[in-house]
Design a protein around this ligand. Structure first.
Ligand code: ADP
Length: 172
């Protein structure tokens, strides 16, 4: 799997699947979640609303998949990152699970290209450097041969530079 880095708006990408940093209700929120629902239209929320009845929403660290509505992507994979509480509440494992479970559900749907935002590092306040290390390690070690290309999407320059540095260190 090839790993790419991009600075920009994940809602604009023409990849098979984009990942959403959702919350457990799956009913929409701010940040990247709000941007995805706004750009993708009401179809995404309509599918999300059907999920809680079947599965009880989405637990932290898990992932569900829906249509991408009007977006160029085919699917949105909604995963719920942990809220940062200082690091002693299993946050690292839960964040890792977000990446692995998103890749797993992607591969089950024949996704070949996938883009991730920086899960948990916005409103959920996960420290960016630790989050980047977890994300890069998780996807580098993952074994989903059907997925050909993974893009980390950073929304601002500071995050982009940190990811760039970490990728050069960790992913040779
Ligand atoms: P969380 O609640 O998991 O912390 P947020 O949406 O608050 O989720 O933030 C996660 C990351 O998504 C942050 O780095 C934020 O800057 C970034 N982000 C916000 N909007 C977009 C967007 N349109 N495309 C890509 N990344 C975005």
């Amino acid at each position: 799997m090839e790993i790419e880095l991009l600075k920009g708006d994940i809602t604009q990408l023409a990849v098979d699947a984009i990942v959403n940093a959702a919350n457990t209700s799956l009913l929409g929120g701010g940040g990247v979640d709000g941007a995805i629902h706004q750009a993708g239209g009401p179809e995404i929320l309509a599918e999300c609303q059907k999920i809680p009845a079947q599965q009880g929403g989405c637990k932290v660290g898990e992932a569900v998949i829906t249509t991408a509505g009007n977006l160029k992507a085919n699917y949105v994979i909604h995963t719920v990152g942990p809220i940062w509480k200082g690091g002693k509440f299993g946050e690292a494992e839960l964040l890792k699970n977000c990446y692995i479970n998103s890749l797993k559900i992607a591969s089950e749907h024949g996704v070949k290209s996938i883009a991730f935002p920086n899960i948990s590092t916005g409103v959920y306040e996960y420290p960016l450097e630790e989050a980047a290390e977890i994300a890069i390690k998780a996807v580098s070690e993952a074994n989903f041969p059907e997925i050909e290309i993974l893009t980390f999407v950073c929304f601002n320059q500071e995050d982009y530079e940190l990811y760039d540095q970490k990728l050069n260190q960790m992913h040779k």
